[in-house]
Structure formats: structure tokens, C-alpha cells
Design a protein around this ligand. Sequence first.
Ligand code: TYM
Length: 329
Amino acid sequence: MARVFSGIKPSGEVHVGNYLGAVRRWVAQQDDGECIYCVVDLHAMTVPHEPAALRAETRRLAALLLAAGIDPDRSILFVQSHVPVVTELTWVLNCVATVGELRRMTQFKEKGRGQASVSAGLFDYPVLMAADILAYDTDEVPVGEDQIQHVELTRDLALRFNRRFGDTLVVPRATVPPVAARVKDLQHPTRKMSKSEESPQGTVLVLDPPEVIRRKVRAAVTDSETEIRHDPEAKPGVSNLLELYTVATGATIAEATEAFAGRGYGALKAAVADALVDLLAPVQARYAALRDDPERLDDLLAHGAAKAEAIASATMQRVRDAVGLLPRR
Ligand code: TYM
């Protein structure tokens, strides 16, 4: 059985890009993999943050993952900082990674652009992510397209480590969904939908009420034609709507194109909004019940952390031996 690991940052609200690109697949993989899912609070500290907000968002995100269908009886769900051995592994991997390869990371370049100064944590972000993945002997990492480069780096680090110190780390691979690997912003359909608050109207949140979802989809930017066809280059807005429709309903692009032929953008938008409302309604209902019970949530997370820690500690022991750290008597 494949070991599956993935993570999500507790910063900003979870949007349908996160849900369709990653979280929904995490839920599905529980049927055929041994799954470990993580709320990566340490990654949320790489940009300036509010301590109280981080604590609250970590709980909220864990509740949302449970509401989305992560089943703590079948999968391990935990908070990254509850298993501190991962930061120790990060240090060791820092001594394997090079400044040159980290400098090439697109996400670092994008997040750092225009900033007077960025934290060393933001630069080192992909190494912490590699430690997350490698600590749990991961085979598969279900992510959206924007994280592929980080998983490729993780592979490179694992291979380099194994070459240098002997076969120690499992070499993982990224898996991305065939559609919705990069859900676009509704207002700026050439950009990915993102948690940064630049485009609230272009970002459909998993917890948005139905009327808000409908308003945002109705206002989605399209183009000055009328033809509904999937052509991401020439028609990014319409193509994004078609993709959202297909992933939310299970229809293929061809079926959707045929169903909307000659019906105009208004009909497509209404159908996309309905599909998203239906898709998210059960998650929203379960979330409302879960967030009222923080005690139970903290218990579940503690239980998850204990199971995760057992795996990560065993990996770290192999790593310590491999690199020649003297065991403590
Ligand atoms: P994060 O929190 O930014 O995003 C969580 C997941 O959502 C995917 N995603 C998208 N998919 C499709 N369309 C979009 N517009 C879209 N936006 C985001 C992301 O690809 C991701 O899968 N670095 C990671 C968290 C992380 C991690 C890990 C992931 C830390 N350690 C180990 C995997 C394994 C991140 O910031 O994800």
C-alpha cells in the first residue's frame, strides 16, 4: 500500500483551488493508501503572522479537513509543529540542499518579489517541506501544480542523501489531478486562485455561503465572445469555468461543452455556481458541527501527532546513524 503524505498551510481561508487541487483527493486516497495529512503551521510563519490568528487558524483548518472527509480512524491528521523531529531533519537536509537550487524555486521568487526583505524561513521553506515528506517515508504526494517543483526538489534531496550516505530515505513522487491542478482566479483567469487576499472576489472559499458563491461566479471575468469552448490560451475565463463545472459535477469537458453549446455565458455561470454550492454544502454543514467542539478536535490532533511522531522518529534515527551523529548514551 502506498504511503501518502500531504500538507496545507493555515494561512488565509481554504478556497476551491485547495479543495479541488488537493484536499478532495486526499479524502479519496484514504480508500487505497496509508494516508498522513498535516496542517503545516511552521510553514505559515515564513511570512509575517499574528500569533493568535495562527493558533485559531490551525484549529479551524483541522476542523475543515475533518469536515471535508479526512477520517481520523483511517488516516493520520496532525499539526506539523507537534512533531518537532521534522525540524531536526530540516537541519540535516539543509546541509544537503544548495543555496543555488533554493534560489531557483518559483514560489520563493514570487513571494519575495517586491519585498524589502524576506525571512530566511521563506528561503528555506522547501527544505522544511522536503523534511515533512521524507520523515514519513512517503511514496506519493498529492498536490496542486504549484507544489510540483517543491516535490521535485524533495526527490533530488532524497536521491543525493542516499548517494552520499547510503540508502536511507524513500524517494517520493508528486501526483496532480488531471483537471483542476491549477484552478484560476475568477477575476484574473490567467493567475492561480490563491490564499493571499489580493482578489477576494476572484476566490471562492470552501466556507462561502451560497449567495456569496453565486455572486462571485456571476461576476467572473470571461471575454467578449459568446462561444463556450475549452481553450485556456485564448479563453482563460471560460475554460476555468468549464473546468470548475467538470470537476464539481464529474462531467467531461466534451460533455460540458456540448451541454452549454449556444446557451451563453450566463447559463454556464449559473450552472457552475449551482455545482459549487452543491459540492460544498455537505462540507459546510459538517464544519459547523465540528468547530463547536475544540476539545474533541485537540484530542484527535494529539492522537494523530503521536502516530506521526512514531514514524518520523524512526526515520530520524536512520538519518542520524547514516550521517554519523554520535548516539547519546
Ligand atoms: P498550500 O497551503 O498553499 O496549498 C494546499 C494545497 O492546495 C493546492 N493548491 C491548488 N490546487 C489547484 N489550484 C489552485 N489554485 C491551488 N492553490 C493551491 C496546493 O498545490 C497544495 O497541494 N507548501 C505547501 C504545504 C506543504 C506540503 C508539505 C504539501 C508543506 N509541507 C508536504 C505537500 C507535502 C503549501 O503551501 O500548500
